[in-house]
Design a binder for this molecule. Sequence first.
Ligand code: TYD
Length: 203
Amino acid sequence: MSATFISLEGVDGSGKSTQAVMLADALRARGHEVVHVREPGGTPLGEAIRDVALGPDAMSPWAEAFLFAAARAQLVADVIGPALAVGTWVVADRFIDSSLAYQGAARGLGIRNVASVNAPCIGDWMPDLTIILDMAPGAATDRRAGRGSVDRIEEEGETLQESVAEGYREVARCYPERVHLVSAAGTVDEVHARVMAAVIGNL
Ligand code: TYD
């Protein structure tokens, strides 16, 4: 199988970062070279943009969308594109669908509009497969409550997170070939088993 690009998505507290690590490890155990990235960040410029995008200063929805897109453009140019070009698999903890759900749907910019802005940042390197960890409203709140620091977006609370969850479902409806919803309910191992089943069943 040629190099594959898989992204993991979900609301804050959905457990996607844990699942991204487990997925990358499972793919390595199957003999693949795997690069694991997270957004926003993953390059020096991307980390600087992360500090601004998630920092305390209020910003317009489009300013927010362009900051995440800029960090993504650099990550694609420096890490994701070169990895895929030499046959290394990529597991991304968030990618374009975060922008579609948070900025496109929840902030009201429009999924198609935000997709258009991101298209030139990504070029040919769209994920082959995207898994969204789907959570019942309220369930992620309990997980978020157990964490220490919250960033500017998490601080906005439940209403935004519920719009994001609905936004992700809309994204899945817009891109049914690429995007698959997986229930985030249950233990970490149960969710991992579902993620692996979705990966094996859809690649
Ligand atoms: P997150 O995955 O929560 O990072 P961490 O777990 O390390 O704090 O991502 C940070 C926040 O940025 C999260 O609230 C989602 C938001 N975000 C967007 O709104 N749009 C985007 O395009 C991306 C990549 C993230």
